[in-house]
Write a protein that binds this ligand. Structure first.
Ligand SMILES: [Zn+2]
Length: 330
């Protein structure tokens, strides 16, 4: 598979890259579909954004106006989640983590009906993908107020990881210490969005305070050799999303993306989409973009692809076993 993937990159053969097993471990469920597929289902004319965004808020507004308003409510939400599964299947995603907020669970009538609906979609639209559902808390939430719903969702045993997303600067990660300790007792992988808008020190603080196994984004770590060394030693994986970083002005272009520096320091990285419905680049395109820019070689990109598909069983820096949920290596 290695040779086949490298040749597909070298020949810039997107459809062949799409046929080779890959992972997408950082994707928000309601924003992970292909915009043309969603347009077709919603019977609407939708187009990807024409330029970059200045802030997350601006991105959210664009999404509400240009996508969500054409597929609103519960029906629209389900249509967009369906699109995320379909997209994963079409792009050869064999290990798929979709990120869900507590409100999404509530909108389907609670944990039971929510899980039934998602299981059905998984087996109908992306049966070949190992599915790792992720439960996300909003960085701005009141931890005491969400605790009961958070625990109820974890107690289902269905979620494989937890995350904190939204405005990274809303409040200190320390506010989530109790909830993450609770999550650890349920044996899930601990992740958080950090180091996208924050600093390298913010990444280290989040990793240490919450005892994270993995980080969404974390690219700011590239500014600090010390932080990168700590991440590499602890075996903390960063789920990097190059186009998202460019569109939100966190990186200038593919050719200068910090994934290069992180990789060179031995930090484990994977390549993901974040919000494909907005950023409009598939995992296959993300690999090809990095290859074409000259930032990474085909061999390095294959090593990253294999990292994303790995079966985890080794102990990390916290003395715990990381996710073993990826199934057979592909
Ligand atoms: Zn994200």
């Amino acid at each position: 598979m290695k040779q086949r993937f490298m040749e597909a990159l070298e020949q810039e053969d997107l459809s062949e890259v799409a046929h080779i097993p890959k992972s997408d471990l950082h994707s928000h469920a309601g924003r992970g579909g292909n915009i043309r597929y969603v347009a077709q289902l919603a019977k609407a004319k939708l187009a990807p954004p024409s330029g970059r965004f200045a802030t997350l808020g601006e991105m959210g507004d664009w999404f509400t106006i240009h996508v969500k308003s054409y597929c609103p409510g519960l029906e629209g939400y389900l249509l967009r989640v369906q699109a995320s599964f379909v997209q994963a299947a079409e792009d050869g995603i064999r290990v798929l983590a979709l990120n869900y907020g507590l409100d999404e669970i509530q909108s389907l009538g609670g944990v039971g009906p929510f899980i039934r609906t998602m299981k059905e979609m998984h087996s109908r639209y992306a049966p070949e993908a190992v599915f790792l559902p992720e439960l996300a808390l909003d960085r701005g939430c009141n931890p005491d107020q969400v605790k009961a719903r958070f625990e109820e969702a974890l107690a289902s045993g269905w979620f494989r990881s937890v995350d904190i997303c939204g405005n990274e600067l809303a409040q200190s990660v320390r506010c989530f210490k109790d909830l993450f300790r609770l999550a650890r007792n349920y044996g899930v992988v601990l992740r958080a969005h950090t180091g996208e808008f924050g600093t390298a020190e913010d990444v280290l603080e989040a990793v240490e305070e919450l005892e994270l196994d993995e980080v969404h984004h974390g690219i700011a770590a590239a500014q600090s050799p010390l932080v990168m060394r700590r991440l590499a030693e602890a075996g903390v994986r960063l789920h990097v999303c190059p186009t998202s970083n460019i569109m939100l002005r966190r990186a200038e272009d593919y050719g200068s993306h910090p994934i290069r520096r992180l990789y060179d320091y031995g930090v484990k990285v994977t390549i993901n989409t974040d919000d494909l419905l907005i950023f409009d680049q598939t995992v296959s395109q993300e690999y090809l973009n990095l290859y074409r820019s000259g930032l990474m070689t085909a061999e390095e990109l294959n090593a990253i692809r294999e990292e994303g598909l790995k079966v985890y069983g080794q102990e990390n820096a916290w003395g715990r076993h990381t996710s073993d949920s990826a199934g057979t290596p592909l």
